[in-house]
Design a protein around this ligand. Structure first.
Ligand code: PXL
Length: 265
């Protein structure tokens, strides 16, 4: 069985973060391991508190997993602060993790901050150059490039700039632009375009985590990056469509839609 490791925060509401990642790995038939960076007190509409683990302890978890189980691919989600990013970057380099997906998580769906503002530069200088794939949404791409993104042309320019920062594959998720939900992938030569219908409704908590976890799972399974991204997009779009109204805020996507429908439970 292929293995995937997530380095991310815990979402007590079960919809995003580590919980979304492990569910996604399981649904895609990949064995998942989890390195927790921070524990959030969270539901579908708010993050009421976060408790970051000591950076050294995050490092110990990575060592424990890799010494024994290994990882065919890995992803990072919520990294909380500069100290955690530094240790994660050091471990990625020491363990020579090649298939690394960096989801540059900055804020939760409900608006809570998941990365200290001053840590963005460390993410950019230390971790993004070690990633195989980066998966920013529009807001994250704007913060990372310093440019305003209002169109698909802007998305392409932002992808070029991020590629120049040292990440070989850049996915920019355009789900928040008006019109169809278009994601683009840039590999330094060409742009791939992934289009899906804009879905009505509120079952979108965990969308970003689920997408990057699915890319990681498909990479672990041996797919090349463009196919991994395409299949991840299909998986997450169905997971959003099959979500159900759990909680009062943004309800979680349904990770196990291929196995059962919410209605049947
Ligand atoms: O979607 C980004 C994200 C990442 N990690 C954790 C989260 C969220 C969003 O809610 O809670 C722990």
């Amino acid at each position: 069985m292929k293995k995937a490791m997530t380095i991310a925060g815990s979402d007590s509401g079960g919809g995003a973060g580590i919980q979304a990642d492990l569910k996604t790995f399981a649904a895609l038939k990949v064995y998942g391991t989890s390195v927790i960076t921070s524990v959030t007190a969270q539901n579908t509409y708010s993050v009421t508190a976060t408790y970051d683990l000591p950076a050294a302890f995050v490092g110990r978890q990575i060592d424990a997993v890799l010494e024994d189980i290994g990882a065919d691919a890995a992803k990072t989600g919520m990294l909380a602060n500069a100290g955690i990013i530094e240790i994660v970057a050091a471990k990625v380099a020491a363990w020579k993790l090649e298939k690394l997906v960096v989801d540059p998580v900055m804020v939760a769906k409900s608006g809570g901050r998941l990365l200290e503002e001053e840590a963005v530069r460390i993410l950019q200088s230390k971790l993004l150059p070690l990633a195989l794939v980066a998966t920013p949404n529009l807001d994250e791409a704007e913060v990372l490039t310093g440019m305003k993104i209002c169109s698909e042309k802007d998305m392409q320019e932002a992808a070029r700039r991020l590629y120049d920062g040292g990440t070989p594959y850049i996915v920019i998720k355009g789900g928040h632009l008006v019109g169809e939900a278009v994601d683009i992938l840039f590999d330094g030569h060409r742009f791939y375009r992934f289009v899906s219908q804009r879905l009505p409704g509120r079952t979108t908590h965990g969308t970003g985590c689920t997408f990057s976890a699915a890319v990681t799972a498909f990479l672990a399974l041996g797919f090349p990056v463009p196919e991994a991204v395409e299949q991840a997009k299909t998986y997450v779009t169905t997971a959003i469509r099959r979500g159900s109204p759990i909680g009062r805020g943004y309800s979680p996507v349904h990770h196990f839609h291929e196995f059962y429908a919410w209605e049947e439970q």
